[in-house]
Each structure stands twice: as structure tokens, then as C-alpha cells.
Write a protein that binds this ligand. Structure first.
Ligand code: HEC
Ligand code: HEC
Length: 364
């Protein structure tokens, strides 16, 4: 029964799945009908038969990003570096080629980031679809931004446009459920990487391996089980580099073979997701210094961006600074919190200091 659903899923939706990997991954809740029942009534995955050639190529890029744009393939950015700096693909984190509910699906992105885009205080810029996609190229994939007029980018946009045609008449993208990863409450203690190591042994090692290097599908230039740390893993300057986001991704999707999208009781507990995230973040990841200026500048409301920054951080530990216990951005003052607290928490004191600083300036 499980296997039958799996074969049907692969057949109907035509997900390009690979060798052994297809057996392991199918039956793990990747059935488009269960996805549709979660997205109903606002959204329904469009029939893949209606995909243009450009959209099909965009889907392939999402599925095997490293294969086409990584170090071993010819394309290079103007600075000579590959567009994908690690060995991941978009689908490593946006499961089911961006269709799986509660796995940061890419189904409404074309509408959500329609021009002129959404302001991001981290980038101090409006992000439309290509800018948002390039955010994941530069940060999650530890690589370089694609030229916005390149065929790679326009194909990815065509795939995102195709997915967004599934928004049903009478509904807006905001009404589509199961977007993003599921929320995880911040612990009031620091996340515990030692406890996380035990959770890793019991729940993750079988696929991602003892040393976190994952399992590579030779001949396909993609992972069967992606690397979780080391040079081929997610960049620290990405959402996955922040414990608060890593935990939501893991809570919503991992262990891959246990989480049934239809049954939230199959998820790893929130506390286990937080502690195993701490274990992943205690290991090394790619980092690019070009992101030291994150959260600088002033937003459209006139509020300095640092006041809205995420307390959970993996590379920028200096903000807020402390002027006799009051949060400030004055570069002459010392950091208010330690590096460890920004990585592992507890985050409530950092959030409280930032809120007090906002309130003192008349912002909520
Ligand atoms: C290492 C994991 C990872 C990889 C690989 C990755 N992303 Fe992301 N992506 C994220 C995270 C984390 C978020 C933020 C989700 C959240 O805040 O819940 C995100 C957000 C996005 C968003 C915005 C989604 C929304 O609803 O606002 C888009 C679009 C996106 N990614 C596209 C891509 C594309 C295209 C690729 C491949 C080129 C890619 N991502 C690769 C982790 C990743
Ligand atoms: C049955 C195999 C399996 C198990 C067990 C498993 N994963 Fe995964 N994991 C995958 C696959 C496969 C992907 C890539 C997504 C896809 O292809 O659907 C992935 C992706 C990820 C990612 C995002 C991509 C990246 O490289 O950063 C993280 C983080 C992750 N897993 C963490 C975990 C953690 C933590 C556990 C244990 C709690 C776990 N996984 C257990 C198979 C597994």
C-alpha cells in the first residue's frame, strides 16, 4: 500500500527521482494528493502536463542545482566562482522540488514576491522573485547570485510561475495554508548540543552519516542524503545558519522517513529539533564575509534595521551593543551578549533588549 502510493506519486506528479533514492524517499509522505488535501481549498498543485519547457528546465535546476551550477560544471559568476558553493540543491531544503507542505514550499512565491517585492531589513532592500532566489544562492548554497536575465533565472521563475497557477479562483496566496516551516517555540534555556548529538545518533545518522557528510549519488551529481556540516553544507549566513530557523526546518521535515505530512504526531519534538540543530551548528559551515553588513541601514518606516534583527545568529555577534545595559548600535560600545548566546540562546534576553531599544525610540 505504502509502495503503491509511492509509485503512483512518482507517476502522477513526475517527480524526477533517482535510483535507490526514489525508494527511500517515496512513501515518505510525498504523495501529491496528500499535499493537495493540506493545501485545500486555496491551492491545488497544477497538472505537470501543463508545464512549459522553460518551467520544466527550472524544475530540473531546483532538483539538481549543484549538477548544473556547481564547481564541476562550466558556468562561473563574474568573480570566477561557481554559482553553487556547496553541493546542495534547492530541493534539499524545499522538499519535493518546492511542493511539500510545511517544508517552505515554493508554490506561491511568484505572487508573494511580485514586483516591487517585500522589504527585508537583513538586506536593507526590496526583494522580488529573482532577488529572493539569489538570496538562497548566495547564502543557503554558499554561492553567487545568478544574473537576473540569465536563462537559469528565467527558467526558475517560469517554474515558480507555473506552481503559482495552482492558486484556486477566489483565493489569494495569503490564504494558502502550510507555507513556510512550522513554528517552533524558543526554549528558555540554551540549546544543548550534547543532547543534540544523542538525538543525531538515534534519528539522523542512518542517512546523513556519522560525520555529517551525507550520501552522494554518483553519476547524478546530487545528494541522496545531503551533507549537514562541512564545506558542502548550508552557509552560516543563511536561514539554516540560525538555530531558530534550522529547528523549524527539522521539526517540519526530519527524519525524512518518519515525518508523514498528514500526521503532525510523526514529527520530532520541538525540543529535540532545537537541540539537534545546536549540534549541527556546533560544526563547521561555509561562511562568506560579504554579509557582515547585514541589518545595517534604515527601513522604509524610518526604523534602523538593527532594531529588528534576529536574536538567533551564527556569524554576527556584535549587535546589539551595550551602553551601560541599554541596547545601542554605537560601535564604540562592547557587544551586549556573547557569541554563544547568539548561537544557542536563550534568546529571550536578546529579544527583550532589542524590544526595549525599539520602544525607547517609539517603535513597537
Ligand atoms: C540549506 C537550505 C536551503 C537551500 C539549499 C535553499 N533554500 Fe530557499 N530557503 C531556505 C530557508 C531556511 C528559507 C526561509 C524559510 C523560513 O523563514 O521559514 C528559504 C526561503 C526561500 C524563499 C522564500 C520563501 C517564502 O515563502 O518566503 C525562496 C523563494 C527560496 N528559498 C528559493 C530557493 C531556491 C530557488 C533555492 C535553490 C536555488 C533555494 N531556495 C535553496 C533554505 C534553503
Ligand atoms: C531517511 C533518511 C533521512 C533521515 C533519517 C534524516 N534525513 Fe535529513 N534529509 C534527508 C533527505 C533525503 C534530505 C533532502 C531533502 C529531500 O531530498 O527530500 C534531507 C535534508 C535535511 C536537511 C536540509 C538540507 C541540508 O543539508 O542542510 C537537514 C538540515 C536535515 N535533513 C537534517 C536532519 C536531521 C537533524 C535528522 C535527524 C533528526 C535527519 N535529517 C534525518 C534524509 C534523511
Amino acid at each position: 500500500m505504502f509502495l503503491l502510493t509511492a509509485l503512483l506519486a512518482a507517476g502522477i506528479f513526475g517527480v524526477a527521482q533517482a535510483g535507490e533514492g526514489s525508494v527511500a524517499q517515496a512513501g515518505e509522505g510525498s504523495d501529491p494528493e496528500s499535499f493537495n488535501s493540506l493545501y485545500a481549498p486555496a491551492y491545488r498543485l497544477p497538472d505537470p502536463a501543463g508545464m512549459s519547457a522553460a518551467a520544466a528546465s527550472g524544475k530540473e535546476l531546483v532538483h539538481s542545482t549543484y549538477k548544473y551550477l556547481g564547481a564541476q560544471s562550466a558556468p562561473r559568476a563574474a568573480n570566477g566562482l561557481p554559482y553553487v558553493g556547496n553541493k546542495l540543491a534547492c530541493t534539499s531544503c524545499h522538499l519535493g522540488d518546492g511542493t511539500q507542505p510545511n517544508a517552505s514550499p515554493l508554490i506561491v512565491v511568484a505572487k508573494k514576491y511580485a514586483a516591487p517585492g517585500i522589504f527585508s531589513p537583513r538586506e536593507n532592500a526590496l526583494r522580488d522573485v529573482p532577488v529572493r532566489v539569489n538570496g538562497c544562492f548566495e547564502r543557503s548554497l554558499a554561492g553567487e547570485a545568478l544574473p537576473v536575465d540569465s536563462t537559469w533565472m528565467t527558467d526558475i521563475e517560469a517554474y515558480l510561475d507555473f506552481l503559482a497557477t495552482g492558486i484556486q479562483p477566489g483565493y489569494t496566496y495569503k490564504q494558502v495554508p502550510a507555507q513556510m516551516y512550522p513554528a517552533v517555540a524558543k526554549l528558555t534555556r540554551a540549546a544543548d548540543a550534547v543532547r543534540g548529538a544523542e538525538i543525531y545518533q538515534d534519528n539522523c545518522k542512518s542517512c546523513h552519516q556519522e560525520d555529517g557528510s551525507g550520501v552522494w549519488l554518483d553519476g547524478e551529481d546530487r545528494y541522496r542524503y545531503p551533507a549537514l556540516w562541512g564545506t558542502n553544507s548550508f552557509g552560516l549566513m543563511s536561514g539554516m545558519g540560525r538555530l531558530s530557523t534550522t529547528a523549524t526546518m527539522i521539526h517540519g521535515t526530519m527524519p525524512r522517513d518518519k515525518v508523514d505530512v498528514m500526521d503532525v504526531s510523526t514529527r520530532l519534538s520541538q525540543m529535540d529539533a532545537v537541540d539537534v540543530s545546536a549540534y549541527l551548528l556546533s560544526k563547521s559551515h561555509p561562511y562568506n564575509e560579504r554579509f557582515v553588513s547585514d541589518w545595517s541601514g534604515v527601513g522604509p518606516s524610518g526604523m534602523p534595521n538593527w532594531l529588528t534583527r534576529d536574536s538567533s545568529a551564527s556569524y554576527d555577534f556584535t549587535m546589539p551593543r551595550s551602553d551601560a545595559g541599554v541596547a545601542t548600535d554605537d560601535p564604540a560600545m562592547p557587544p551586549m551578549f556573547t557569541r554563544e548566546q547568539h548561537i544557542y540562546g536563550p534568546f529571550q534576553p536578546i529579544d527583550a533588549a532589542l524590544k526595549a531599544a525599539r520602544n525607547a525610540r517609539g517603535y513597537p
